[in-house]
Design a protein around this ligand. Structure first.
Ligand code: IPM
Ligand code: MN
Length: 382
């Protein structure tokens, strides 16, 4: 078959270091199973590209990337060494812009951020029920608080006013909520297949094997809060087998710390999902293990983008200290996603996940450098 094509964009800081380990694993899997897969490494988007060309990526970057089946991104943003007065500075709004441009340009309206505390991963919560943390936070990824409309009036004067618009469409709302219910069903099915059942209760005291929790701030942000709630109730009628739940964002933060094992699928707006997923990452072992998938579920011709939740960590960049686990986990999710086009890739994704999880179970908690972790996972791939 025609090979599927991956655009590998290592980016800045620790991005290239962790991406290198991911590519080693891809090479091994391709060799082992003759996978129909090829990839191209791009020097952009990056701080370095900006330094040379005055822009973080070429003007036709999105057109170039559009020809690929997926984008595997390391990390973006690089303020450089803090003690160097001559460092080349780039504001976050410039260096991180490609992330938002790709999400928008390729209509990646779903952001999936699984948070499951795997054996061996660092357990930040003292309560041992934390071992049961297994949720999927689904972040609306294309509208809401991130539409980037607004401005600064009378800038710099004492009468300055900054406005930042939030836009929520019924269509976007319904799509993301429906996606959440579908995922809840699939997760219950997968658990049944593995013989591990979970129980959730609806307000009506019905017991279900899966749950969707909707996050809003409808007590203060009424308009979109009410629309989200209304649409949630409508969509829920199509999924009588899934328990439903609603939390305000502030209370959700509290309950994520108090009893995160009580959550299954969580659906949140763009900004609220952004905040909640950093918290979820820590609950499931920290930034070193958290993957992030920016998905376009509608159009198989548009690339989805896979990146670890962590950033470019300039403080440890270039030292080979970054944990590539999140990147490997992300790569496994990418292969699983590409399995929609080539089922054999989903199997390879499972293999990579199993190898990464086995390494974590055995060696998690010990101090190891990037290469050591990568090699250990590679060895498990045979
Ligand atoms: C993330 C990041 C980005 C976001 C930033 C870098 C723009 O925090 O992917 O979670 O806010 O979406
Ligand atoms: Mn974030």
């Amino acid at each position: 078959p025609e090979p599927l094509r991956i655009a590998v964009t290592p980016g800045d800081g620790i991005g290239p270091e962790v991406v290198t380990e991911a590519v080693h694993c891809l090479e091994r899997l391709r060799e082992k199973h003759q996978l129909p897969l090829e990839w191209t490494r791009f020097p952009w988007p990056s701080h370095a590209w900006h330094e040379q060309h005055g822009e973080v990526m070429p003007a036709d970057a999105l057109q170039q990337l559009a020809r690929y089946d997926a984008i595997l991104l390391g990390a973006l943003g690089d303020p450089g060494p803090m003690d160097d007065p001559d460092r080349y500075l780039l504001p976050d709004s410039v260096s991180l812009a490609p992330l938002l441009e790709m999400r928008k340009g390729f209509d990646q309206w779903v952001c999936e951020r699984p948070a499951r505390l795997l054996p061996g991963a660092r357990q930040y919560l003292a309560d041992d029920r934390a071992r049961d943390i297994d949720m999927l936070v689904i972040r609306e990824n294309s509208e809401g608080e991130y539409v980037g409309q607004g401005g600064r009036l009378r800038q710099g004067t004492e009468h300055e006013v900054a406005t930042q618009m939030e836009v929520f469409t019924r269509r976007g709302t319904e799509s993301i909520i429906r996606y959440g219910f579908e995922q809840a069903r699939q997760r219950a099915e997968a658990r049944r297949a593995e013989g591990r059942k979970r129980e959730f209760r609806s307000p009506q005291c019905r017991v279900s094997e899966s749950q969707v929790c909707l996050i809003t701030k409808r007590n203060a942000l009424r308009y979109w809060g009410d629309m989200y709630t209304e649409v949630f109730q409508e969509v829920a009628r199509d999924y009588p087998d899934v328990a439903t739940h609603h939390e305000l964002i502030d209370a959700a933060c509290m309950k994520f710390v108090q009893a995160p094992w009580a959550f299954d699928v969580v659906v949140a707006s763009n900004l609220q999902g952004d905040i909640l997923t950093d918290l979820a990452a820590v609950l499931s072992g920290g930034m070193g293990v958290a993957p992030s998938c920016n998905l376009n579920p509608d159009n198989p011709d548009m690339p989805s983008m896979f990146e670890p939740t962590h950033g470019s960590a300039p403080d440890i960049a270039g030292q080979g200290l970054a944990d590539p686990t999140a990147m490997l986990f992300t790569t496994a999710r990418m292969l699983d996603w590409l399995g929609r086009k080539e089922p054999v890739l989903a199997k390879a994704g499972q293999e990579l996940f199993d190898a990464m999880a086995a390494d974590l179970a055995e060696n998690g908690g010990t101090q190891r450098d990037t290469r050591t972790i990568g090699d250990s996972v590679l060895a498990r791939l045979g």
